[in-house]
Design a protein around this ligand. Structure first.
Ligand SMILES: Nc1ncnc2c1ncn2[C@@H]1O[C@H](COP(=O)(O)OP(=O)(O)OP(=O)(O)O)[C@@H](O)[C@H]1O
Ligand SMILES: [Mg+2]
Length: 496
């Protein structure tokens, strides 16, 4: 084995943040190398340094033993290094083919005039699609019309148009369904067979143990260690990441359940939901299981006034209820934490504090004055409880790492002091430590009498946390299980 890429003594600071502090990593030719660390550890920043998105303050980088500098992303492409961003960098109004060759289109001269060489593009695209085994994406399709998984494939195909031999994946599976994950892993296996070296960031331990050869752990911007995947256990990895032994991952507190808080009867939405009925009791955590696209988010959106044109008999807190808008739902004490944190949840150019207190200003106001001391206290409490990693509460949310944005989103909901909280994929992209922390907080809130609906594709999380699980398939309820009867197999059987 030989080292293809090596970084050492890498430093990178942002105002008030030391993101990388004497970081190092070595990538061997043809290996799949996982990178692990808590939210805000510096994983994405490291990848952005490698690909020229950020310039390191200091440090050395070697490609095949030769010292290089990467000044900008195009420089990285030229050296055969490409990154598959989680939030894709494709142009949504352009076609698949245009995106693949954007900025480096083959040209040919006809009578001295330069023209795009479409024949060359199609030929190369054919080769790449065949190699990747892509059969269901058309070259002429607009990116906007593709799903997340297809967009990701186009990103990989685009990387290959540059003949990339180092590919970087930053949490590629966070928004994929299980089936799409399997298909991505097949693609990764093909890439590996071809001798392509890969760096792979993920918070999902089981993935790392399945596909990685080695793993490097980073903590607080510094290198901790690198190990062969066969020589470590999950517990060890987690301990290196968080710098201490971890407690129970799903600290479910047993709660005496009260009266029903929410009763939903015959929820119908043409084409999406059919005759869905369920109840949530005081202090209960009701899990919604099902495949992506089964209709779980749509149920939440109907309840919260985010989706219109449905019919149902809904009783909330003893009264007939139908939210006309989300604002209406909040006022009544129903809060929804969306799976799409940027669409419904966070205003990213604003600060942590502004985001967290946005929906509670009425509560902390004394007359027409905002009680700033009270506001600060609330914000600081939740930042501490959830371990939001930021220099202070005035830090702009956009500059937080992905997982820390998720924590702010959850904190914002908790600030609002709801009666019913709907959590949609609450721990997506969140590291193991913070995940346990979110579980602990949710569990304690339930004990204090809050009712919770939890939508999660993470089965251990769902079964670990819920008192009861409702299974949704193709817009219909296919089953309901009590905690004592939980089994992964049975839930899957009803969901598939
Ligand atoms: N453009 C920026 N401006 C200011 N601070 C930044 C910027 N980008 C990243 N940071 C900070 O650098 C630190 C490392 O962030 P990074 O995104 O690399 O973390 P990460 O390991 O990828 O975390 P996650 O698992 O949550 O994605 C964080 O404290 C983050 O707030
Ligand atoms: Mg990141």
């Amino acid at each position: 084995m030989s080292t293809i890429l090596k970084l050492e003594h890498i430093y990178k600071s942002f105002p008030g943040v030391k993101a990388l502090d004497d970081m190092q990593i070595e990538l061997e030719q043809g290996e799949m190398h996982a990178v692990c660390g808590e939210n805000g550890a510096g994983k994405s920043t490291l990848m952005k340094v490698i690909t020229g998105v950020y310039k390191a303050d200091n440090g050395n980088m070697y490609l095949n033993g030769e010292k290089i500098t990467v000044k900008e992303p195009n420089d990285a492409y030229g050296k055969g290094i490409a990154i598959i961003f989680q939030e894709t960098s494709l142009f949504k109004d352009l076609t698949v083919l245009e995106n693949m060759f954007m900025g480096h289109e083959p040209v040919k001269s006809i009578c001295g005039i330069k023209n795009l060489d479409y024949a060359a593009m199609y030929k190369k695209a054919d080769e790449i699609f065949e190699f990747l085994g892509i059969t269901d994406i058309s070259y002429d399709e607009k990116i906007d019309n593709l799903g997340v998984a297809a967009k990701q494939m186009v990103e990989i195909a685009k990387a290959l148009t540059y003949d990339a031999n180092i590919l970087i994946f930053d949490e590629p599976t966070a928004a994929l369904t299980n089936k799409e994950v399997r298909s991505l892993f097949e693609t990764i296996a093909r890439l590996k067979k071809q001798g392509i070296s890969m760096l792979y960031i993920s918070h999902r331990m089981e993935e790392i143990f399945e596909i990685a050869d080695r793993v490097t752990v980073i903590r607080d911007g510094s290198y901790v260690r690198t190990a062969n995947i066969g020589e470590v256990t999950e517990q060890q990895l987690i301990a290196w990441m968080v710098g201490r032994e971890m407690g129970d991952l799903y600290p479910k507190v047993e709660v005496e359940l009260g009266e029903p808080v929410l009763k939903v009867k015959n929820l119908n939405k043409p084409g999406l939901l059919e005759d869905i009925s369920f109840e949530v009791r005081k202090g209960e955590i009701l899990g919604f299981a099902g495949l992506a696209g089964a209709g779980r988010t749509e149920i939440a959106e109907c309840l919260c006034g985010l989706m219109k044109h449905y019919s149902a008999d809904i009783e909330f807190m003893g009264k007939s209820f139908k939210a006309k808008s989300y604002r209406d739902a909040i006022k009544e004490g129903l809060i929804y934490v969306s799976e799409d944190r940027k669409k419904y949840g966070l205003v990213v150019p604003m600060s942590i504090k502004e985001n967290m207190t946005m929906s509670i200003l009425y509560r902390i106001s004394k007359g027409s004055f905002i009680d700033f001391a009270e506001e600060d206290k609330t914000v600081e409490k939740y930042m501490k409880d959830l371990g939001v990693k930021a220099p202070d509460k005035d830090f702009v949310v956009d500059n937080l790492s992905g997982g820390n944005q998720q924590k702010v989103l959850v904190a914002k909901a908790l600030c609002a002091n709801p009666s019913l909280l709907i959590l949609d994929e609450p721990t997506r992209g969140v590291d193991v430590g913070a995940k346990a922390e979110i579980h602990r907080i949710v569990s304690n809130l339930a004990k204090e009498g809050l009712s919770i609906i939890m939508i999660s594709s993470d089965m251990p999380e769902l079964l670990g946390m819920s008192d009861r699980v409702v299974v949704i398939k193709n817009g219909k309820k296919t089953g309901e299980l009590e905690r004592k009867d939980f089994s992964q197999e049975q839930v899957l059987e009803m969901a598939l």
